[in-house]
Design a protein around this ligand. Sequence first.
Ligand code: SAM
Length: 238
Amino acid sequence: MRGSIRLFLDGPLASGEAPLLDPAQAHYLGVVMRRRAGDEVVVFNGRDGEFLAQITMLSGKGGRLALARLLRPQEAEPGPWLAFALIKRAACEILVQKATELGVERLLPFRAERSVAALPNLERLAAIATEAAEQAERLTRPKIATPVGLADLLAAWPAGRPLFAAIERRTAPSLRSRNIQIGLLVGPEGGFTDRELDLLALSPFVRPVSLGPRILRAETAAIAGLALLTAPPGDATI
Ligand code: SAM
């Protein structure tokens, strides 16, 4: 359904079900998007696929839908994992939104020695990821892990999944990979400390990479790196 409103719902979806809308979703449909009973929306829940649904009731307290038909069966959506040092709230929210649009499967925030931000509000980040998944026509939302320290992140990292560590001011190879079963690691605004660089050098699955000669803000580095990893192969004739 090109251009349709898409909503993520928590409950089960199956033909014949009449899913409920919470007050925020009903407000969005009725007040922001000016939809009425009888109008169609597209819904998904990350487990049962994507359905066309019809609004049957909207009020200030919530709403109800009737599922019309399955549009897309559920599929796994493998994508890169993004490990990112905690950064200030606004930048962190942009990073989560754009990483979700770019197809990240897991978001792994970590505390770097130079992280200046307080622990993020994970509920708010999940809501931002949900909206981005709705917009990007994903069938899934990325999982957002509880922040840990860099050493714990590396200790729990699956050894078979290469982790590209974006490290500026180094003669590291440029980030280029057609494999999305990988991770991308981005540091804090102050950059990695020498101790963290040593820790990364000791992890056999870590591969230092460069994102070019300019020094990017942390959220820009995450977005640029993901774009390089997830863009389809270019058209050789251009
Ligand atoms: N304060 C550091 C400095 O001036 O050298 C810059 C840190 S940068 C703002 C934040 C993070 O983005 C870095 O830790 C790194 O992960 C990533 N980054 C930024 N530019 C990069 C580049 N050109 N190549 C690789 N990584 C980069």
